[in-house]
Design a protein around this ligand. Structure first.
Ligand code: GUN
Ligand code: ZN
Length: 441
């Protein structure tokens, strides 16, 4: 069984940091190491100690002085929108109709879907993201392309075929029965195969009839280990349209509640303009609100209110939401998260940011036993970060005097250039992913 000792400044979380001084929430080893065997973490700690647990001839990947962290996790993005990032000048509904529903039609071509899936996975890896939850297109073949590309890289990815049966072009609509049948077949094929996990994916209330949400309800009831994902309360026009389509619902959240879709495996993109009642329902059902800062700023959607979630005891995670999100980088995403919360007078500490990208998002997915931290038995999904990768960062780092400052510099100034290496199940991936990303097709 292959063994590797990954050496560097190791940082991993054991709890959510409750304040800037909450050192009990994380473990930091200045000269640390992660001992990996057969794709799993065997031990994490001080180099001298961990070294003793490995054989004398174990291979050592020496990343000093870089930071070694658990691989980053992205809880919401759209794989078919990889080539639609940076589409100009519109808010949500116009943006979907003008750009996204045009782009997603290309995924009826399996060759196109496979090519984009490869680039998508490589882009994630280049940015240090080792697990993500993505929407595929309405075409079942796009799901095959997605999970095939993930499997080839050993990545633990979550995803599913989008279901939509109205308010979208003919070529992107399924029917309630077709959405059900195709999703059921894809779950049978992919859910639990290796590291793949399926997310039942009605796009949002606007593009699903009541009959389709009923079929989604059946899928959720019949597949209790699958994730569920949709969009909620992103944009004011969206809310007005969605609630007009479901006049019997108390509010937007109640639409999904009425169809039994809210549970602890539900990921609800955006959740910006919610009432107290709606946040209380999310808390009660343990559903997760997904904060997508670059997307929310790009589409002019609004500012996520973290404090209201925390006060209500509601769960939330962070995500890029590519292609409304403007970057695959979770570092850049947390940079924008900080600014969004700052505008609301709310604080996101550097340790909390790094917790959110790793253990926090793993907990949102209920996968904290497998990913998001470097405890013994976890998958060896690991990112190596260089805080001085850019000249301006190197210059700034000269004046940094604490780990908290370094993390804040990484999140504020960093991007994929700071990702020195990525291990997926113990295998080094960055060089290959970045090289392929530079080859024109
Ligand atoms: N709401 C429904 N579909 C989408 C999408 O593709 N992106 C975003 N940002 N919001 C949505
Ligand atoms: Zn989305």
């Amino acid at each position: 069984m292959s063994e590797l000792l990954i050496r560097g400044r190791v940082l991993t979380f054991v709890a959510e940091p409750q304040g800037i001084d909450d050192t009990a929430a994380w473990r930091y080893f200045e000269d640390g190491a992660v001992f990996v065997r057969g794709g799993k973490v065997v031990a994490t700690g001080d180099y001298a100690e961990v070294r003793g647990r490995a054989g004398a001839d174990v291979a050592v990947a020496d990343h000093r002085p870089n930071l070694v962290l658990p691989g980053l996790i992205d809880t919401h993005l759209h794989f078919p929108q990889t080539q639609a990032i940076a589409s100009y000048g519109a808010q949500l509904l116009e943006w979907l109709n003008t750009y996204i529903f045009v782009e997603e039609q290309k995924f009826c071509d399996t060759g196109h879907a496979a090519a984009v899936a490869d680039r998508f996975m490589d882009e994630l890896i280049s940015n240090g993201t080792t697990t993500a939850v993505a929407y595929c297109s309405v075409h079942p073949e796009s799901v095959d392309a997605y999970f095939t590309a993930a499997e080839a890289r050993g990545m633990g990815m979550i995803g599913g075929k989008v279901m939509m049966d109205r308010n979208a072009p003919d070529a992107l609509r399924d029917t309630p029965q077709q959405g059900y049948d195709e999703t059921k077949a894809l779950i049978a094929k992919w859910h639990g195969r290796g590291r793949a996990r399926y997310a039942i994916s009605p796009r949002f209330a606007i593009t699903s009839t009541p009959e389709q949400l009923e079929m989604s309800q059946a899928l959720v009831a019949e597949n209790p280990t699958c994730y569920v994902q949709t969009h909620l309360s992103e944009n004011k026009d969206e809310i007005a349209f969605a609630t007009s389509l479901y006049p019997e619902a108390k509010d937007y959240t109640d639409i999904y509640a009425r169809y039994g879709l809210l549970n602890e495996r539900m990921l609800l993109g955006h959740c910006i303009h919610l009432s107290d009642r709606e946040i209380a329902v999310l808390a009660e059902t343990r559903s997760v609100g997904v904060f997508c800062p670059t997307s929310n700023l790009f589409l002019g959607s609004g500012l996520f209110d973290r404090d209201r979630f925390d006060k209500a005891g509601a769960r939330w995670s962070v995500a890029t939401d590519v292609g409304a999100g403007t970057s695959f980088s979770m570092l850049e995403t947390m940079d924008e998260a900080y600014k969004v919360l700052h505008l609301r007078g709310q604080k996101l500490t550097p340790f909390n940011s790094f917790y959110r990208m790793t253990l926090g998002n793993a907990r949102a997915l209920g996968l904290e036993d497998q990913i998001g931290s470097l405890h013994a038995g976890a998958n060896a999904d690991i990112v190596v970060l260089d805080s001085s990768a850019k000249p301006a960062m190197e210059y700034r780092m000269r004046t940094a005097t604490s780990l908290a400052q370094e993390l804040f510099i990484l999140q504020t100034m960093g991007d994929d250039r700071c990702v020195a290496e990525v291990y997926v199940a113990g295998k080094a991936m960055k060089a290959k992913a970045s090289a392929k990303a530079r080859v024109p097709e």
